[in-house]
Write a protein that binds this ligand. Structure first.
Ligand code: KG4
Ligand code: ZN
Length: 335
């Protein structure tokens, strides 16, 4: 079964063709320069970019699938939320138009659920129940997935997401958008020899038994450490790298520790990590070295950040067809 997935929830315009939920036939993405230029997403400008890219991206997706005719698609899948309303509308209305013109079913997909299904692509299917750590720019959640389409929220951030924390701190350091990968690069520059810095960032909620997260205090502590160094004239390049290093250490410690706590409380046959922050090498290494007794799934880096492959994969495993008159973009959609 061939599904054409469409993803336009934020500033990535993506289309993909996936066979039977697991095999990538084609994967095309266009990233807007607008966010880079402004150092963050500008919703109305981003929506205009989505509009400009959507048809060429779908066209390119079919071309790179060995010139597959659109009529050979069995179904369409589209992200209908959460995200930016202007961006979501472009994908949703495009998918509805194609569905109507081709007389093909359409499966609306929650972007968060989509991220989870990156763990089904080109790999052995995970077993249920699965414990999910979803870490993206807007979400930090622990979820118990009992089966396809069955999600129980165990804990979430009480304020900012882990990705947001990386983004705001990266911006403060003067790094380019998208900040996460650049924080990672910056942290690698840190020369720990003759280390004289003592940057101690807080690890909020880490010792509490609940499965919630909090990153806003950490963000503020980072700001204060930055400002103190600025005022005392010690904000050297190596100090900035040290800050990035400590931030990465702290965020990844929190994520790993809460995941381990969830694993103590809930029986799981597999652990699924997903979302843009799952691309972080330090997080991947810490998870791999600290989780021994349960199969750990982390998608390849290319499937962690936003794409349409996981949207098509999710649609295959939760094939809830909805009439087009009932499909609307829902920016505030939750689990
Ligand atoms: O899943 P995603 O592409 O978009 C959302 O749905 O939010 O995640 C984007 C987030 C951003 O906050 C970005 O800084 C973060 O993922 N990110 C990373 C890395 N790559 C992306 N954070 C840390 N290390 C990375 N390598
Ligand atoms: Zn995402």
């Amino acid at each position: 079964m061939l599904i054409l997935g469409i993803e336009t929830s934020c500033d990535e315009t993506a289309a993909a063709i996936v066979e039977s939920g697991t095999k990538i036939i084609s994967d095309v993405r266009a990233t807007s320069f607008i966010s880079k230029k402004f150092g963050g997403v500008v919703p109305d400008k981003t929506a205009r970019e989505q509009l400009k890219f959507i048809l060429p991206v779908i066209q390119e997706c079919l071309l790179s699938a060995n010139r597959l005719p659109l009529t050979a698609i069995d179904a369409l899948a589209v992200t209908f939320g959460p995200g930016l309303i202007g961006s979501l509308l472009i994908g949703v209305e495009t998918a509805k138009t194609l569905s109507l013109a081709l007389n093909k079913p359409i499966i609306p997909i929650n972007h968060l659920v989509g991220h989870i299904y990156a763990n089904w692509v080109e790999t052995v299917p995970p077993k249920f129940p699965a414990l999910v750590l979803l870490v993206s720019g807007g979400h930090t959640e622990l979820i118990l997935m009992r089966n396809h389409g069955q999600f129980k929220l165990l804990g979430r951030t009480l304020d900012d997401a882990a990705g947001e924390c990386f983004d705001k701190c990266g911006r403060l350091l003067g790094l380019p958008y998208p900040y996460g990968p650049f924080i990672e690069q910056e942290a690698k520059k840190y020369k720990t020899k003759n280390d004289k810095y003592k940057i101690l960032l807080p690890r909020p909620l880490i010792n509490q038994r609940n499965l919630d997260f909090s990153f806003s205090g950490l963000k503020t502590a980072f700001l204060y450490a930055f400002q103190r160094a600025q005022e005392s004239g010690t904000l050297t390049e190596n100090f900035k790298a040290a800050l990035a290093f400590e931030l990465e250490e702290t965020v990844t410690d929190i994520l790993v520790s809460k995941l381990k706590r969830a694993l103590e409380k809930f029986k799981a046959e597999s652990i699924l990590v997903c979302g843009g922050v799952a691309a972080n090498q330090k997080l991947r290494k810490k998870l791999q070295s600290s989780i021994a007794h349960c199969p750990l799934y982390i998608p390849p880096i290319s499937l962690c950040t936003d794409n349409a492959v996981y949207i098509a994969a999710a649609a295959y495993f939760s094939p809830r067809q909805v009439p087009i008159s009932k499909i609307t973009a829902d920016p505030g959609l939750d689990f």
